[in-house]
Structures are given as structure tokens and as C-alpha cells.
Write a protein that binds this ligand. Structure first.
Ligand code: XMP
Ligand code: MG
Length: 184
């Protein structure tokens, strides 16, 4: 799927595939350095982080195990409920592991701050976050994020794993929705 197939549903392209690739390569280089010789586990947050995980992990120079969690803090709308529920838990034991949570986006920060607390309580040696996107203006809680791809304006975005009611995840870029799509 690409710009043409979105037709009038697309607001504007915020980040192109090229910009995303370039930034992920920089983040991977940093992660390589920071975790050299450490027992690293990548934890992807389903479903939004699948593309970030796929592309970021392939840019790392070492073989790195990955695991997945699904949590829910959103319905099909565009506002955070603040309620976090585990829909799918990890398969791995975190004892002594250096966990790097891989996320698509940090909005209010509620999901991630809850997740960091949850994973830390399982005996991980460290828990850090790598996110492609962050909306600084939307922050409701402070979350210490080690790797941030891009800070973006406080607008609902889609593409590169991010959906609106399960649509548009498979866009190769990150864009905004035209207001008519969500009744704005
Ligand atoms: P919080 O507010 O807890 O939210 O930081 C994090 C989760 O909310 C979803 N989210 C979005 N999904 N476009 C999306 O498609 C957005 O602009 C957006 N903002 C937040 C996302 O699942 C993220 O993990
Ligand atoms: Mg997500």
C-alpha cells in the first residue's frame, strides 16, 4: 500500500520510508554499542511495533532474541483510555536479562510507564525503551526513553505499523489522517 492507494484519506506524509530507514540505522548503531557483550532481549509491543522491530532488529550486528507482548490501552478510537490490560504475555523469563522494549509510538506515556514497571518487577537486569515516534506535547507521565526516532506533533498518525481501526498499518511511511476519516 502507498500514497496513491490512500487517496483522500491521507492528511500529509510526516516521515518518508527513507527518513525512517536512516534514523533506524542510527538507533541500531547506538544500541549495538550500548549492549555490546550484554544479554539483550528485544520486547516488541504488538501490533504497532512489528515494522519497527522487523527493520530495527535487522540493522543490529548481533543475533538478538525477541519476544512479544500485546497490551491494550486503546479502543478503536484515537484517545487513550489510560487503562492497560495484558492481552498476550511474554514467553521469556526476564531474570537477569537486559530488556529493550521496542515501540511504535509514545503518546501519553501511560502504556510505557506501566510496562516498564511491570517488566522491571520480573527481575530484569535493566529495562529501556526504543520508540520510533514520540509526541512530547501529549505526555501525561514522564517516561525515560533511551532511544527516540522522531518527536512529532500531537496529531493522530498512521502507517508503518500504526493503525486507525486496524487500517493503514501496512503503509511504508508515517502520515496523518484527513479529518473527514475520524470525523474531525
Ligand atoms: P500511550 O498514550 O499510552 O499510548 O503512550 C501508546 C499506544 O497508543 C497507541 N497510539 C497511537 N496509535 N496513532 C496510532 O495508530 C497514533 O497517533 C497513536 N498514539 C498512540 C499506540 O498503540 C501506542 O502503543
Ligand atoms: Mg503500540
Amino acid at each position: 500500500m502507498d500514497v496513491e492507494q490512500m487517496g483522500s484519506d491521507l492528511g500529509q506524509v510526516l516521515l518518508t520510508k527513507e527518513q525512517i530507514d536512516e534514523r533506524l540505522a542510527e538507533m541500531a548503531k547506538q544500541i549495538d554499542e550500548d549492549y555490546a557483550g550484554k544479554n539483550l532481549l528485544l520486547v516488541g509491543v504488538l501490533k504497532g511495533a512489528i515494522y519497527v522491530m522487523a527493520d530495527l532488529s535487522r540493522l543490529l550486528s548481533q543475533s538478538v532474541p525477541m519476544d512479544w507482548m500485546a497490551v491494550s490501552s486503546y479502543g478503536s478510537g484515537t484517545k487513550s483510555s489510560g487503562v492497560v490490560r495484558i492481552l498476550k504475555d511474554l514467553d521469556s523469563d526476564l531474570t537477569g536479562r537486559h530488556v529493550l522494549i521496542v515501540e511504535d509510538i509514545i503518546d501519553s506515556g501511560l502504556t510505557l510507564s506501566w510496562l516498564v514497571g511491570n517488566l522491571s518487577s520480573r527481575g530484569a537486569a535493566s529495562v529501556e525503551i526504543a520508540t520510533l515516534l514520540r509526541k512530547p506535547e501529549a505526555a501525561k507521565v514522564e517516561v525515560d526513553v533511551r532511544y527516540v526516532g522522531f518527536d512529532i506533533p500531537n496529531e493522530f498518525v498512521i502507517g508503518y505499523g500504526l493503525d486507525y481501526a486496524e487500517k493503514y498499518r501496512n503503509l511504508p511511511f508515517v502520515g496523518t489522517l484527513a479529518p473527514h476519516v475520524y470525523g474531525g
